[in-house]
Design a binder for this molecule. Structure first.
Ligand code: ADP
Ligand code: 5GP
Length: 216
């Protein structure tokens, strides 16, 4: 990125409305939901389908990697000390102690990196973090709440995923119950029942929101 565009991105970033090198405004597409609703599945689908339009905001997290997760791809896995150091240096757009003792956050450098590459940023983020981003970026952001068909289905999906201990599943289900109450504060509620329907609906929402890019 040239010095001039870096300055433009920095300046716009301060004002909360970034432009990229082509002079287009970078947008935010936020997927939030209780854990187990299927937002990661939907976000991965969109990334596979529209890699030239969107890029994933890689969050920093203090939890250890699970399964096949890779540092710098799924998350930036960092220690709690480093996380708090970065908080003190105001490097986060938002951060949250999502689970007791476990922090997650969106680095300002992620937004700058993706916008500078001429793409929109797509987020897989918890409900409170998603609403924070929406409040901060307003019309520049589309906030989508992924709703499970029911709490029972959500619990079954968490167990089926097989990545969390019984205690973690119970913690996530208890949290989900509270998070569902925030759904109506989002721009759109997307019910993830039949996965193929949810994929199609997510594609339509994304394309409608960034329609001016497609017209060019
Ligand atoms: P989240 O990112 O919201 O925690 P995931 O995308 O990890 O949720 O989905 C939780 C589990 O449910 C995964 O095992 C995923 O494959 C499965 N899943 C997601 N959507 C559906 C769906 N519509 N029908 C059945 N299983 C689903
Ligand atoms: P997991 O441990 O299942 O990957 O994520 C736990 C929760 O943290 C999920 O709801 C996920 O969306 C959320 N999360 C991931 N990254 C961020 C982030 O940068 N900020 C916030 N507030 N939540 C995040």
């Amino acid at each position: 990125m040239s010095e001039r565009s870096r300055e433009a991105v920095n300046e716009a970033g301060k004002q909360g409305e970034a432009v990229n090198e082509a002079g287009k405004q970078g947008k935010l597409i936020i997927f939030s939901a209780p854990s187990g609703s299927g937002k990661t599945t939907i976000v991965r689908h969109l990334l596979g389908r529209y890699p030239e339009l969107i890029e994933f905001s890689i969050s920093a997290s203090t939890r250890p990697p699970r399964g096949t997760e890779v540092d710098g791809k799924d998350y930036y896995f960092i220690s709690k000390d480093e996380f708090l150091h970065r908080v003190a240096k105001e490097q986060f757009v938002e951060f949250e102690e999502v689970y007791s003792g476990t922090f997650y956050g969106t680095l300002k450098s992620e937004l700058e990196r993706i916008w500078a590459a001429g793409k929109h940023v797509i987020f897989d983020i918890d409900v409170i973090g998603g609403l924070r981003l929406k409040r901060k970026f307003q019309e520049q952001a589309l906030a989508i709440f992924v709703h499970p068909p029911s709490l029972e289905v959500l619990e079954a999906r968490l167990r089926g995923r097989g990545t969390d201990s019984e205690e973690k599943v119970r913690e996530r289900v208890a949290k989900a119950q509270k998070e569902l109450a925030y759904a109506d504060q989002f721009d759109v509620v997307l019910t993830n029942d039949q996965l193929e329907h949810a994929f199609k609906e997510a594609e339509r929402l994304l394309l409608d929101f960034i329609v001016e890019d497609l017209a060019q």
